[in-house]
Design a protein around this ligand. Structure first.
Ligand SMILES: [Zn+2]
Length: 270
């Protein structure tokens, strides 16, 4: 599933090809995504010039003259820049055309979203209640300390609460907690200031390292027929149940926490 780093890499990958360009057409081959693509989608977007390509949480926003394209990659979506006349694959549901090039959405599981919004994206119902960005200065040790006071929930669940902080999915929540030496079940409200400082830094470092790792895949966004556009990473705990901890050698444990698998080292994480 694309998480914040993949979405950020996608943003960086497509930006040079769409920024300042005018949309010349759109081809919707299958409108049945998580939300139905509007019937008049092509008419809404043709003639719009892309002024900014930004990311908010896991949403990509192409800000245009009269509104914004809102794109979410869902569970399995990817965007790439292809030649407009190249043959679409089975799961290539939508093209946004820029002359001879197309921004093509591939989404086998169809949980993605492609919408046009005339209102400021931050006020759109999908985005209005999103929490702060984990890579912004707002996500500070002090913020984390204050936000966790009086919270009985486990810290992992709170980290993954998009109303508090956006874009920290299961993978990066597990990895950040390992890096900070904090048990995923630790009560959020009991975390010390020092723990909050370590965790805020670990979240930032983990996300930035993932973005840096994905930077090498940027070329895949152009004229490529690659399968997903996502990148393989070297995880400390995620998806490593029973394998030896890379720091201490103890077996990585796995537990179900709030419907998601939590991976941790019971020696390194207290
Ligand atoms: Zn360990």
């Amino acid at each position: 599933m694309p998480e914040l780093p993949e979405v950020e890499i996608t943003r960086r990958g497509i930006e040079p090809f769409v920024l300042g360009k005018t949309i010349t057409g759109a081809a919707v081959r299958n409108p049945k995504l998580r939300q139905r693509v509007p019937r008049n989608f092509a008419r809404l977007v043709v003639g719009q010039r892309v002024k900014r390509v930004i990311r908010r949480g896991k949403y990509l926003l192409l800000e245009c003259d009269a509104g914004s394209l809102i794109v979410h990659l869902g569970m399995s979506g990817s965007l790439r820049v292809v030649e407009a006349r190249s043959e679409p694959g089975k799961h290539d549901h939508l093209d946004i055309l820029f002359g001879g090039s197309a921004l093509r959405l591939r989404d086998p599981r169809r949980f993605g979203v492609v919408l046009w919004s005339r209102v400021e994206p931050s006020r759109h119902p999908l985005l209005a209640r999103l929490g702060i960005e984990p890579l912004s200065e707002q996500f500070s040790p002090e913020f984390l300390y204050r936000a966790t006071r009086g919270r009985a929930a486990g810290i992992k669940q709170l980290l993954m609460n998009a109303g508090l902080v956006v874009g920290i999915g299961n993978i990066y929540a597990n990895e950040s907690l390992f890096k900070a030496g904090i048990h995923p079940r630790a009560r959020a409200g009991r975390l010390s200031r020092a723990s909050c400082t370590r965790l805020a830094e670990a979240v930032r470092e983990t996300l930035l390292a993932a973005i840096a790792a994905g930077g090498s895949s940027l070329r895949d966004f152009v004229h490529s027929d690659g399968a997903s556009g996502y990148f393989q990473q070297h995880y400390y705990v995620y998806d490593r149940a029973a394998l030896p901890c890379r720091v201490c050698g103890a077996a990585i444990r796995v537990a179900r926490l709030g419907q998601r698998s939590s991976y941790y080292c019971s020696t390194c994480q207290k």
